[in-house]
Write a protein that binds this ligand. Structure first.
Ligand code: C5P
Ligand code: MG
Length: 201
């Protein structure tokens, strides 16, 4: 696997730490967080969920936090200057080198800004492929108190996913870096395949 060595001068992420990044993509409710948690406990990688980082940020009480809260409630993609900044801070603070970044990049702007600011090329992309009906059932079934797990926002999120996020997956498919996984199965069955991929890669 290619290794990127960062220096303090490039972006402030780290001082000469070797960073490896795996993007975990898929529609809302496709199982990104569930599968990432399993990988953390088995492989000791660091899991960074862009959505979780943004939800924590929106509670900060800042003006930017209010913007993030409004955008999440409407299923919109937050500008990259916020999200990439949060990811860079979290990577630096972890002191670790291998990251599963879940729910990012969500659009072309996310992808370009991350590559530009971190100079990191992802090792590969795990893409959880799941029909909308299954994702909708999962989202409506979970009780996490989220402002966006209601039918109206869920429909908006699906539309944003198809229009903005799928093209990012297609972009990476051209580079041969996408591992597409059928996520319309029991989470344990999905994980068996995910783990096998990790062992190979
Ligand atoms: O990935 P998750 O479902 O937790 O994301 C929830 C919401 O967070 C998204 O619908 C979007 O509003 C916001 N988000 C974003 N940019 C990302 C990831 C999430 O704006 N890269
Ligand atoms: Mg999630």
């Amino acid at each position: 696997m290619a290794v990127v060595t960062e220096t303090a001068a490039t972006n402030g992420v780290s001082t000469a730490v070797k960073h490896k990044v795996i993007f975990v993509l898929g529609g809302p409710g496709s199982g990104k967080g569930t599968q990432s948690a399993k990988l953390v406990s088995e492989f000791g990688v660091v899991h960074l969920s862009a959505g979780d980082l943004l939800r924590a940020h929106m509670k900060s009480g800042s003006k930017e936090g209010t913007m993030v809260a409004d955008m999440i409630a409407n299923g919109q993609i937050v500008p990259s200057y916020v999200t990439v900044g949060l990811l860079q801070d979290a990577m630096r603070d972890s002191g670790k080198g291998v990251f599963l970044i879940d729910g990012f990049p969500r659009n072309e702007e996310n992808r370009a800004a991350f590559e530009e600011q971190t100079k990191i090329t992802p090792e590969f992309i795990l893409f959880f492929d799941c029909p909308a009906e299954t994702m909708e059932k999962r989202l409506l079934g979970r009780q996490e108190g989220r402002t966006d797990d209601n039918l109206e926002t869920i429909r908006k999120r699906f539309k944003v996913f198809e229009e903005q996020s799928l093209p990012v997956v297609q972009h990476y498919e051209k580079t041969g870096r996408v591992a597409r996984i059928n996520a319309d199965r029991d989470p344990e069955d999905v994980y068996r395949e995910v783990r096998r991929l990790f062992e190979e890669l």
